[in-house]
Design a protein around this ligand. Structure first.
Ligand SMILES: [Zn+2]
Length: 294
């Protein structure tokens, strides 16, 4: 009788255990799920940086004009870009071999202006840190109101801020005037077909007003400015006041920038890597931008 009771109890317990097992599993699964959900909330997954570099997270845009015989230089620089062939063809050893020597002024084509270009004692080309060449882009588009003697105003810059927020600290301001479309027509691009010292007074293209440059240098934390014309000062400038204002604050310049029409006004990132010329005042520049998708 007693034995039977025990068996019955065990059977009941066993039965109860079997019936409760799915519920216990469910509770454990729920607990684990909540734990992982909480962990996911408190520890976000690290960004997929690889997706930036394989292009799956967005597009890379080349903002650089190629260097060649038609590259635009300042009117006083008549040598332009020189590419001298040293070798081209099959060798006695059986392999193909080509090699060139090139020469160029620092300030022609798509190029860097290091701050020392217009500000004594400021950074030379090799001294600019990577943080001064890489950063979020703010693309200010003045193509609607531009003309060949246009000066970009503080209002043009604050109009951008009214839509996108303050110009980003550590950011790179790119000024789109639409002049890059004239690149293949140097007379239209420069405003003159003359060359030599007298031609400088004939230049016509838009640029930063001294006020806008001074405001950027004093009031904002950008590290560089870029423009799709030959100079950050407009063609009519006789004192290069925008150069002086910005470079005195170690804010670098990128000139003759291409393809700004392919960038959004905000959300892109710039990587601008010049030739690292020791003690240089500028240099040929390869500048690209990453535009995140979505
Ligand atoms: Zn320059």
């Amino acid at each position: 009788m007693r034995t039977l009771k025990v068996r019955t109890l065990k059977k009941r317990q066993s039965g109860r255990t079997r019936r409760e097992l799915p519920a216990a599993k469910f509770r454990r699964a729920l607990t684990a799920l909540l734990f992982f959900a909480l962990a996911a909330c408190t520890e976000p997954e690290p960004p997929d940086y690889g997706a930036v570099f394989d292009g799956s997270a967005g597009r890379w845009i080349d903002l650089t004009h190629a260097f060649g015989p038609s590259t635009v230089y300042w009117p006083t620089d008549t040598a332009g870009f020189q590419l001298e062939e040293l070798a081209y063809g099959p060798t006695e050893g059986g392999w193909f071999y080509s090699s060139y020597a090139f020469s160029s002024a620092e300030h022609g084509g798509t190029h860097l202006d290091a701050p020392i270009h217009f500000a004594e004692g400021r950074l030379t080309t090799d001294e600019i840190p990577l943080s001064g060449l890489i950063g979020p882009a703010a693309v200010v588009d003045v193509t609607e109101q531009v003309h060949p003697d246009y000066l970009v105003t503080v209002d043009d810059l604050t109009a951008w801020e009214a839509v996108h927020g303050p110009l980003p600290d550590g950011g790179i301001l790119l000024l789109r005037t639409g002049w890059a479309e004239r690149w293949d027509d140097p007379t239209a691009y420069l405003g003159t077909d003359e060359v030599g010292p007298d031609a400088v007074a004939q230049l016509h293209f838009p640029g930063f007003s001294p006020d806008a440059a001074g405001w950027l240098a004093a009031e904002r934390g950008i590290v560089a400015v870029g423009i799709d014309t030959p100079s950050i000062d407009y063609g009519r400038s006789a004192d290069f006041a925008a150069h002086v204002a910005l470079y005195s604050e170690n804010i670098a310049g990128f000139e003759n920038v291409a393809n700004l029409d392919l960038l959004p006004q905000a959300g892109a990132y710039v990587v601008a890597l010049p030739m690292k010329i020791e003690g240089g005042s500028g240099g040929p520049l390869r500048i690209v931008a990453f535009v995140p998708s979505g």
